[in-house]
Design a protein around this ligand. Sequence first.
Ligand SMILES: [Zn+2]
Length: 555
Amino acid sequence: MKITFLGAAKTVTGSCYLVEAAGCRFFVDCGLFQGNSKEVLLNKEPFPINPADLDFVLLTHAHIDHSGRIPKLYKDGFGGTIYSTNATKDLCGIMLPDSGYIQESEAEWLNRKRKRAGKHPVEPVYTYQDALDCLKLFEGIKYGADTELKNGIHFRFRNGGHILGASIIELWIPDEGREVKVVFSGDLGNNGIPIMKDPETIDSADYLLIESTYADRVHKDKNHETERFVNIINETLEKGGNVIIPSFAVGRTQEVIYELNKHKERYSANITEMLFKTPVIIDSPLAISATQVFRNNLECFDEEATEYLRNGDNPLDFPGLVFTRTADESKALNTVKESMIIISASGMCEAGRIKHHLKHNLWRPESTILFVGYQAEGTLGRRLLDGAKKVKIFGEEINVMARIEMIEGLSGHADKEGLFEWIDAFKKKPSKIYIVHGEKKTMSEFALEINAKYGIPAVVPGRGDICSTGAEKSFEKAAPSKPLAAYKKAVITELLENIKESLDSTGEELRDEISGEEMAEYADMVITGLRDMKKMIERFRTVSSGQVKKSRRTR
Ligand SMILES: [Zn+2]
């Protein structure tokens, strides 16, 4: 058996693992790279294996960084089955076409610029239609069902507690006369988050691939945080302001609706009265569709949410909850005088309708911007959290006078304690642990801690690294060659790689600095220069590693 790490290797996004075993080849996850511009470029690269040669795909959950390259896989020739839970299949039904739409819009925007510069147009990574078409390959499988694949390989989805439909995968593979068990943690949820069941524990594994998004922190007390959540909302409403909640369309938005519903029932009359009178607006078409998928998959809910349902109350609905689908409805919100709670995407304030709401509320001291999720470095959300006094939105400088708050209790990822509790629960511990889906520094520290605590070898694989069951080769670097020459090449390649990385960041910084039409020509010149240098490095790398560039397959 051989596993090649193709994504979420020393990075958070782009989850994708190639498994080759028992005469089969398949992917576990096929996610989009979403980090900086250098990572995003990886989405355009051809897959390292002809997609038509893959037997099937196992998908842990619907988040785009795990599912978002499936339409590309299909476009490039994959025709096998994609196994996921039923809820993941339903969520992909709305999220992948949405992603296709974004890919097309981005290419369109880029092509308008390229046309002006007399350059050839670029193609989107995939289209809305590709995304719609690939949905026919999905097959929904129930949690806990032992499912036979091919040549004796079988698997089981267990509840990952991360978002609706999220799963941990237990995979059994016949290997040199024995059966090897590999566990993919997928993204692991927190214990006790709203709506979702807690992540299931797993009894045994030979190999474990575990996520590490929050492996370096301990979340704040959840009960305290939800209380703070309600207090902040009430204080804002008392002052006559709006509460603006930037939120990811799938998962976090539904948790916020759920919390609001709960508090409308739990708190004293004078508080709930104000909450009841205040409309709660879900201003994101994707969030609206996703909320419908949640409502259709009630069997995934935890005990508390199920109890609401048993009592005839839909925990994702309450009087005063309003959905705005069209852009006109959304814009009309900015003319309303009365207080509102507006939940809108994107969660990090980089795009989407949230930017309009920020523009109309950031300057108002009575309003509050209430963050409920992770804000990556470099995003508008992070700048606001870091205390920016002025920000630019749609080219207009806005004074930040609103109250800025962050609630941590709703995070969809297990923290360090949660991850260790989950590993503790293995009765037969894995003989090797691979740390994936995290930031480099966090991962290395987590690996050391695992090793110190359990004495289990824990490694942080890079992109292209391989895990195999051959006796001496349980972990090998991709494409090894003659020792000394290989070592020298590795040193040079590493050096060039570092130069290339700094060229990338220089390019990004310049792009931020150089804006405006009058500088466009100059910017193009500099960026072309940087690109040429990068090309030279690429060429050296290709020649030195003896690789021949594979031609891109299209159908
Ligand atoms: Zn996820």
